[in-house]
Design a protein around this ligand. Structure first.
Ligand code: KG4
Ligand code: ZN
Length: 342
């Protein structure tokens, strides 16, 4: 992207339960990134408690921005533009990041760029750490599988910032299914990593859980699978058996991974995609990463583990391309808690 202007972007992300800030150069080089997780606070509720999340963002946001600047050896004078997550996310959480970003932009006379959180997840594959070898840049047309706690969708990306949504989940998101099944199996919050851990020593073929294929469509459905696990658990409990948690977790995970993998591969073939990109919290899942890494039909971009779950580096990357391609926001933009990518 040598034709695009150089810029250092400071980004803020507070859409859910992580208070995050990052500084990124030219859309790719990560100079500094801070993620203050509230995981331990929400764990006692078994999920994110929205009011508690927004209060915690208020406490963390200034120290997180300061720490990010200190780590990069930069000051606000060295920043060219401020990017911020506008949505989707929790309204009370988004507002904290938005106001901080507006304050910096107004105070320093910098452009403000509102970024869709899902667009941010997609752009996490552009990011790499300063000092490391630059990984190849994703090439268009790109088939992007987005798998997070709130979304599961397939987007065909034909150019920067250009998406065509081909399909999405009709009910639960993949991450949500992991979280709900973790609760059924009495595994600790957050559910995705717990299910993965349990699955490592389980037999993925023991339970034949359903795979909703929805033939001819690029949509997904995970509620039937979740209900199948629920019935299996209830049946085993009724019979007074000890739950084979590892086998249940492995069989559930295998069903999710198979559907996500097969649909994405088919969509990539059908749309003559050059490459595949997987993003969002569930892209941290080992079994899902392995499924894509074991095929050699398409080059696949999956972010580094630290960039799979919510962070601000990805918002800075998407923000950079918005800024460089002339999509600067007005200073009076508001948060958009339900903001679809396309
Ligand atoms: O992208 P993310 O951090 O937040 C949203 O934008 O939703 O995704 C969080 C989701 C949660 O549902 C979490 O359980 C899931 O990603 N997740 C995983 C793993 N790590 C996080 N799911 C499966 N396996 C994992 N290793
Ligand atoms: Zn996310």
């Amino acid at each position: 992207m040598s034709e695009l202007k150089s810029a250092r972007i400071l980004a803020i992300e507070t859409s859910c339960d992580e208070t995050a800030c990052a500084i990124l150069e030219n859309g790719r080089v990560l100079l500094s990134s801070t993620v203050a997780s509230q995981m331990d606070i929400h764990a006692r509720y078994g999920g994110v408690f929205p009011e508690v999340a927004s209060r915690q963002h208020v406490l963390s946001i200034i120290p997180v921005v300061e720490q990010t600047l200190v780590q990069s050896n930069l000051t606000l004078q060295d920043i060219d533009a401020v990017a911020v997550t506008r949505g989707p996310g929790l309204a009370g959480s988004l507002v904290v990041g938005m106001n901080m970003a507006k304050g910096i932009a107004l105070g320093m006379g910098l452009p403000l760029i509102g970024v869709n959180h899902l667009e941010g997840h997609i752009y996490s594959s552009w990011v790499y750490n300063a000092g490391e070898t630059m990984p190849p840049e994703p090439q268009f047309p790109l088939m992007a599988l987005l798998v997070s706690g709130g979304h599961t969708e397939l987007n065909l990306m034909t150019d920067h910032l250009t998406y065509r949504r081909l399909g999405a989940t009709l009910d639960d998101a993949a991450g949500e299914a992991f979280d709900k099944v973790a609760r059924l199996l009495e595994l600790p919050y957050p559910g995705g990593p717990s299910v993965q851990r349990a699955a490592e020593s389980g037999d993925p073929t023991r339970f034949k859980f359903p795979r909703a294929r929805l033939e001819g469509q690029y949509d997904f459905s995970f509620s039937g699978l979740k209900t199948a696990v629920l019935y299996e658990v209830a049946d085993l409990k009724k019979k007074g058996k000890t739950l084979p948690v590892e086998d249940l977790a492995a069989s559930f995970q295998a069903a999710v991974v198979e559907v996500l993998f097969k649909k994405t591969m088919q969509a990539a073939r059908d749309h003559q995609a050059k490459e595949i990109l997987v993003a969002g919290g569930v892209s941290a899942n080992h079994a899902l990463r392995q499924a894509f890494q074991l095929q050699d039909e398409f080059k696949v971009h999956i972010p580094a583990f630290s960039l799979c779950t919510d962070n601000a580096a990805m918002i800075a990357a998407a923000g950079y391309y918005r800024y460089a391609l002339g999509h600067v926001s007005e200073l009076d933009i508001d948060v958009e808690p339900t903001w679809p990518l396309s």
